[in-house]
Structures are given as structure tokens and as C-alpha cells.
Design a protein around this ligand. Structure first.
Ligand SMILES: Nc1ncnc2c1ncn2[C@@H]1O[C@H](COP(=O)(O)OP(=O)(O)OP(=O)(O)O)[C@@H](O)[C@H]1O
Length: 274
């Protein structure tokens, strides 16, 4: 039973309970609980190796060979623990945005064709509706010249444009949960702020699980924070309390290591299209 269900319809976008993961017998994630309501943005924060990506992998159904999972993962109210993404019901769909947009996109296939796949398979669109929705999605993520970008391959786009395209592809599947694993890490500060703004606008209804080691980005984008250290949750709080009042020594170290003065990242900062 899940005690803290929140959000529209009484179903959380994501409910993780007692999640433990071992890989080849090594215990790496221990007893993690996470709840994300529709429209809620939760940051899973931790240093490198703390278990963020393994946790995200369990949510998405992408764990490495040799991984064993205990506990449960529910997406949209459906138990998807250990279920391959292709075998999950439509209501339990999670869309992913990865850190490296260059490898996330097929370098040989134009953006238009990559965007059309989830629009046909997931959103059920056909004919001219696919092209119309593709343009709408690219405009929604701040692409100024959607016609050119639809014709382009990944290598012809800037890093910021590629990451916007990846977000558009994730949105195209109309999933109730977006899982973004360090999607801004490879970007410069200004582009990072733009992508944060796009993700913020894109998750008004879907839940967001945002994986990051960067407290500044978490504070700018998310309402809730869960801090992971050595595979265990050491702190959970509102992001508003994270920097001024970190409770755990590990969180204090993460906060100390972060630039919190980035004006560009502040919520409500003007977005620059690119
Ligand atoms: N395929 C794998 N086989 C064995 N160990 C793994 C595997 N993937 C991750 N690990 C180990 O699990 C631990 C957590 O890794 P994970 O990738 O989840 O960390 P992370 O917090 O996402 O780090 P980063 O921010 O560097 O991506 C690390 O000790 C890592 O070495």
C-alpha cells in the first residue's frame, strides 16, 4: 500500500517504495522511497556514484545486466517493477531525457523522422497531423526555425538545440512522467537556464523526476528535493529549504560546492530563445 498518494485522480505520476538495487551481488541502492505527483518536479540530488542513475534506470526499466531489484516502482498507478518499457501499459509510460543529446539522437536520421515515431506510436497521430504536431512541439521547446530543424540531423544542431529536440521527443510520447538524467550538465550556463525553463514549462501536468548533482539547477527547477548519498536517502525537503537550511552534512557539502548565485537559473528568469 502507498500511504502518501497525491495529485489529480489520486494517482501519483511515480511511486517508488523500498527500492533496493544490487548489481552482480553488490548492494548499490538501499530502500529508496520517492513520490512524484502530476505537475510536481522532484530533484534526486547526489554526488557522482550515489545511485541516481540506477534509481532512474529502475523507474524507466533500463537496468544493467546482473541487476536485481527489491521494492516496487509504480508509474501512473501501475506496478512496473522490472517490466520492460515496451511491455508497460500506456498509462504507465515514462519518457526520458538523457544527459548526452548527441548520443540520444540517431545521427543519421533527420529530427522530423525521430519526432514522428513517438507521435505515431504513442500519440496515435497520422498524416498531416504528425507534421503539425512536430512543429508545435519544437516551437513549445523554444526552437525558432522548426522547419529547418525538422530537416536536420543531430550533428547540424547546437547542443542547446539538440537538448530541446530531445525534450520535444520526450513530450511527443505524452507520458505522465518525465525522467531527466542530468540533461543540462553538458551545456553552458545560459543554455542551461534556457533548457531549465523549457523543462519547467513542459511539466505543468506531467510529473518530473530530475536527476542532478547540481543544487543550483535543482533549486531553479524543482519544488521538492531528495538527497541520495551512497545509495541511501539522507534528506528530503522543499528545494526552497535546501540551500538555506541543509540538514545533513552531505547536503551541506553539496550546497557548498554549488554556485547558487546564477541569476539565469532563478525561477522566472527570462528565457532566451536559441
Ligand atoms: N552496470 C553497472 N555495473 C556495476 N556497477 C554499476 C553499474 N552501474 C552503476 N554501478 C555502480 O553503482 C553505483 C551508483 O551508480 P550510478 O550510475 O547510479 O551513480 P550516479 O549517482 O548516477 O552517478 P553519476 O552522477 O556519476 O552518473 C556506483 O558505485 C557505480 O559504480
Amino acid at each position: 500500500m502507498i500511504p502518501d498518494i497525491v495529485g489529480a485522480g489520486g494517482r501519483p505520476a511515480l511511486a517508488v517504495r523500498g527500492l533496493s538495487i544490487s548489481v552482480h551481488g553488490r548492494d548499490l541502492v538501499h530502500d529508496v522511497d520517492l513520490t512524484v505527483a502530476p505537475g510536481q518536479r522532484l530533484a534526486l540530488i547526489g554526488a557522482s556514484g550515489s545511485g541516481k542513475s540506477l534509481t532512474a534506470g529502475a523507474v524507466l526499466g533500463h537496468l544493467p545486466p546482473g541487476a536485481r531489484v527489491r521494492g516496487t516502482v509504480q508509474v501512473g498507478g501501475h506496478d512496473v517493477t522490472g517490466v520492460h518499457p515496451a511491455r508497460r501499459p500506456a498509462a504507465a509510460r515514462a519518457a526520458a531525457v538523457a544527459q548526452d543529446s548527441l548520443t540520444a539522437l540517431n545521427p543519421l536520421v533527420p529530427v522530423g523522422a525521430q519526432l514522428a515515431t513517438p507521435l505515431r506510436r504513442r500519440a496515435g497521430l497520422r498524416g498531416p497531423a504528425v507534421a503539425r504536431r512536430s512543429v508545435e512541439l519544437l516551437i513549445a521547446v523554444g526552437i525558432e526555425d522548426p522547419a529547418r530543424v525538422l530537416r536536420s540531423c543531430a550533428g547540424e544542431l547546437s547542443g542547446g538545440q539538440r537538448q530541446r529536440v530531445c525534450i520535444a521527443i520526450a513530450l511527443a510520447s505524452e507520458a505522465g512522467l518525465l525522467v531527466a538524467d542530468e540533461p543540462t550538465t553538458a551545456l553552458d550556463l545560459v543554455t542551461q537556464a534556457q533548457v531549465v525553463d523549457v523543462v519547467r514549462r513542459a511539466t505543468q501536468e506531467a510529473g518530473l523526476l530530475f536527476i542532478t548533482h547540481d543544487v543550483a539547477v535543482a533549486v531553479a527547477l524543482c519544488d521538492t528535493a531528495v538527497v541520495l548519498a551512497h545509495g541511501r536517502v539522507v534528506e528530503r525537503c522543499s528545494t526552497a529549504d535546501l540551500a538555506p537550511d541543509p540538514q545533513h552534512a552531505y547536503t551541506r557539502d553539496l550546497v557548498a560546492a554549488t554556485r547558487l548565485d546564477s541569476v539565469a537559473l532563478r525561477p522566472g528568469a527570462p528565457a532566451v530563445a536559441g
